[in-house]
Design a binder for this molecule. Structure first.
Ligand code: FES
Length: 150
């Protein structure tokens, strides 16, 4: 089946089964490998992208469910105001350790700041609760989000 999906402002015509997860369309069809596979079950957040600005787990999002939603990935989130602030804060705060989860962390943090430019610590914790980091970079993630919000 063929689907037209808009990723980072460009519409792509992809020929895949409707139940193909968006994650694999991004990585295997469109060669956008910044979005990572972790659990494949919607539990870890490594695969987070934004659908119309909302943080979404691409591993459990079927391509046939996208409709007209605009997909934003880590490859282009820096072109948004919130994404640029978050990426700058991530660099200045030296947030990553191994780095594997960090594109998902940045996508969730950017979605949070785009809808709530000055979140409380509790709001940060709620927004980021679905993004797991095995290296335990959570204190640096919170600090970077606070820095990006300034
Ligand atoms: Fe999608 Fe873990 S890979 S939530």
């Amino acid at each position: 089946m063929a689907y037209d999906i808009t990723v980072n402002g460009t519409t792509h015509h992809v020929d895949v089964d409707g139940d193909t997860p968006l994650l694999w369309v991004l990585r295997d069809v469109l060669a956008m490998t910044g979005t990572k596979f972790g659990c494949g079950a919607g539990l870890c957040g490594a695969c987070t992208v934004q659908l119309d600005g909302v943080a979404t787990r691409s591993c459990i999002t079927r391509v046939d469910s996208l409709g007209d939603a605009a997909v934003t990935t880590i490859e282009a989130v820096g072109a948004t105001a919130a994404g640029a602030s978050v990426q700058k804060a991530w660099l200045e705060g030296q947030v990553p350790q191994c780095g594997y989860c960090q594109s998902g962390q940045i996508m969730s943090a950017s979605a949070l700041l785009a809808r709530n430019p000055d979140p409380t610590d509790a709001e940060i914790d709620v927004a980021m609760a679905g993004n797991i980091c095995r290296c335990g970079t959570y204190p640096r993630i919170r600090a970077a989000i606070r820095a990006a919000a300034r």
